[in-house]
Design a protein around this ligand. Structure first.
Ligand SMILES: C[S@@+](CC[C@H](N)C(=O)[O-])C[C@H]1O[C@@H](n2cnc3c(N)ncnc32)[C@H](O)[C@@H]1O
Length: 431
């Protein structure tokens, strides 16, 4: 029989791994156990996700997280959606941390004695065993009927320190969780609701394999893939929102978590179903021209396959050419400036400017004198190197440019890029 913890009277005795969450309001401290911190969802990410989920029309019932770890995401869902929560965790210490974290959030919101908390529990057990978990939950809470489950959330553990991993290495496994809970999920307008929090490292084919697993259990269930980024061009989370949790007619959503707590995220929605391809733009090899614009976009946006949808929002131009698609600095070439009045859109651009000079020379300390001459001809007082250089060379070249320009009187800000396989330096004045 799984052990049942009632968060309302769980203590933090014996829990030692506590840390303030840098993305949470000051003073909010979460507990973790058995090195659970790196597995936990940052509070700001969890909260934004739950807020987006509140727009979905979920069926009636409780929120289930069948591998709840430190319970951060479960606490966010339960408090934002105002529903009772059921968390399942194999590791007893982490289960206790989960229960205590749920209590902390409820206390912070003055909801410890609320109706939803009266039927909120964390179970120490196997998150694949739907029938066993529900019967223990029902007994402990004293319900006459098994509870209805409005949402199944799953953030499985995966092998650490490996760039890639197979679907069968997720713990618990998706297919086993689906099988264990299939009979118990309440149906909403678009069927049951599930939110699968997956690794951004899954390849396109693995993502399709996840869809195939879903289709085996719930054929044709509505789906929205969600890429979440906290900046620096990295995809931090990749999730699949299913059924009544998915957004109708939205195959993909990109969520840029804002740099300041409490601010609205930037959201780009649209795209094509994954079965039609990754959605990555096609690179063209076109010689750069003086006068054209170059923009370096957010790499995570490009990774999501939604960059072209977003470009339609900020540009009317038909002829946008992709100079670079892969890597940290995806680059487009275009004739007119992007419309970036909205700060949310500006977050998705690393740099944008107009090409004022093309210089054919190696990008090396020995050539910085010549480069600076070109820069001064264009009244440039500051230049950021945005070309790929070996890590030990980059600071030396940037430092030499900064020192030389610091002694002169250029007034304009600029950046420098290169096209793959081409030595030509493209000097762009920031607009
Ligand atoms: C990535 S963590 C979840 C983190 C959580 N979303 C949070 O916000 O704190 C995955 C958890 O699944 C647990 N787990 C693995 N297999 C399980 C199983 N069969 N049943 C229940 N929990 C399991 C692991 O112990 C781990 O704590």
């Amino acid at each position: 029989m799984p052990e049942v913890l009632n968060p309302a009277n769980t203590s933090n005795e014996g829990l030692t791994e506590s840390s303030p969450d840098s993305t949470a309001p000051a003073g909010l401290v979460f507990y973790h156990a058995s090195e659970g911190k790196p597995l936990a969802t940052p509070w700001q990410v969890a909260l934004i996700r739950s807020q987006l989920l509140s727009y979905a029309s979920l069926p009636e019932g409780i929120i289930l997280d069948c591998a709840c770890g430190s319970g951060i995401q479960l606490a966010a869902h339960a408090s934002v959606l105002q529903r009772p929560a059921l968390g399942v965790e194999l590791n007893p210490n982490r289960a206790q941390a989960s229960a205590y974290n749920l209590k902390t959030i409820a206390e912070q919101r003055n909801e410890l004695t609320s109706e939803r908390m009266a039927t909120t529990r964390i179970l120490v057990g196997d998150g694949r065993d739907g029938a066993g978990i529900l019967s223990s939950f029902q007994d402990d809470v004293g319900l006459a009927q098994p509870p209805k489950i409005a949402l199944l959330h799953l953030d499985p553990a995966r092998p650490r320190n490996s760039r890639t991993h197979g679907l069968e290495e997720m713990a618990p496994r998706l297919d086993e969780v689906f099988e264990g809970w299939l009979p118990f999920l309440e149906e909403g307008r678009n069927g049951p609701s599930l939110l699968l929090d997956l690794s951004p490292r899954l390849t396109h084919d693995q993502r399709l394999a996840v869809e195939a697993l879903v289709d085996l259990t719930w054929p044709g269930l509505l789906r929205t893939w969600v890429w979440t980024s906290r900046g620096r061009g990295r995809v931090d989370r990749l999730a699949l929102w299913l059924g009544s949790a998915a957004e109708e007619a939205v195959a993909r959503r990109f969520v840029r978590v804002p740099p300041t707590l409490g601010a609205e995220p930037t959201i780009v929605s649209g795209g094509r179903r994954l079965m039609h391809g990754s959605g990555h733009p096609i690179e063209v090899n076109r010689p750069p021209r003086r006068g054209e614009r170059i923009s370096i976009l957010d790499a995570a946006l490009v990774e999501s396959g939604l960059a072209e949808d977003w470009l339609k929002r900020v540009s009317k131009e038909e002829n946008i050419a992709w100079g670079v698609v892969e890597g940290r600095r995806p680059q487009i070439h275009h004739d007119h400036p992007l419309r970036l009045e909205d700060p949310a859109d500006r977050l998705l651009v690393q740099a944008t400017g107009r090409v004022v000079a093309l210089a054919r020379m190696p990008l090396a300390v020995a050539h910085v004198d010549r480069l600076v001459e070109v820069l001064l001809e264009h009244d440039i007082g500051r230049l950021t190197v945005r070309a790929t250089l070996p890590p030990e060379v980059q600071p030396k070249v940037q430092g030499a440019i900064d020192r030389q320009l610091g002694r002169r009187h250029g007034r304009r800000d600029a950046f420098l890029v290169q096209q793959p396989g081409d030595e030509m330096l493209l000097i762009c004045v920031v607009e």
